[in-house]
Design a binder for this molecule. Structure first.
Ligand SMILES: Cc1cc2nc3c(=O)[nH]c(=O)nc-3n(C[C@H](O)[C@H](O)[C@H](O)COP(=O)(O)O)c2cc1C
Length: 146
């Protein structure tokens, strides 16, 4: 099975840590959507979209990447890190319109946040993702592809 994760992780590299843990353990290819905007994904069986959350949304480059490059009828999954650890995947809708994608998994965890006023108090979710989060992420991926 050929899998790839499209990632944007611009705040503290929190999401990238999660993605790298999966990549290292499971040999999944990773693309940085901030620097790479085009890729032929037709040969991939499983495509992940991973992002920190900014203003309740996946990074614009990840949404745009999906809109531009995601072929129709693919299996996809989502990974996010955020201060609130909620499901923000609705914000990917613009990138998935007309793609007939099947969502086969979602993983999220807290990520260290020093945005705006939170910086003054040393940030929130310091140390996250931690080892436990990375272990959970790898487990999530392994279960998903089982
Ligand atoms: C500009 C900005 C906006 C953010 N907005 C939200 C938000 O709306 N909801 C939330 O839960 N976290 C929010 N956060 C926190 C980040 O989602 C969190 O720190 C995340 O782990 C960052 O991931 P990254 O290091 O991979 O970029 C925001 C952070 C920044 C810098």
């Amino acid at each position: 099975m050929k899998a790839i994760i499209i990632c944007a992780s611009t705040h503290h590299g929190n999401t990238r840590k999660v993605v790298d843990a999966i990549s290292k353990e499971c040999g999944v290819e990773v693309i940085d959507a901030v620097t790479v905007h085009e890729k032929d994904l037709s040969e991939y069986d499983l495509i992940g979209f991973a992002s920190g959350i900014y203003g309740a949304k996946f990074h614009r480059t990840v949404v745009d990447f999906a809109a531009k490059n995601l072929p129709k009828d693919k299996k996809i999954f989502f990974i996010s890190t955020s201060a609130m650890n909620m499901d923000f995947t609705k914000s990917m809708a613009g990138g998935l319109e007309g793609k007939n994608a099947t969502v086969v998994g979602k993983f999220s965890c807290n990520g260290y946040n020093t945005f705006g006023p939170f910086k003054l108090v040393g940030g929130t979710s310091k140390g996250r993702p931690n080892e436990e989060d990375l272990k959970n992420a790898v487990e999530f991926y392994k279960n998903m592809v089982k």
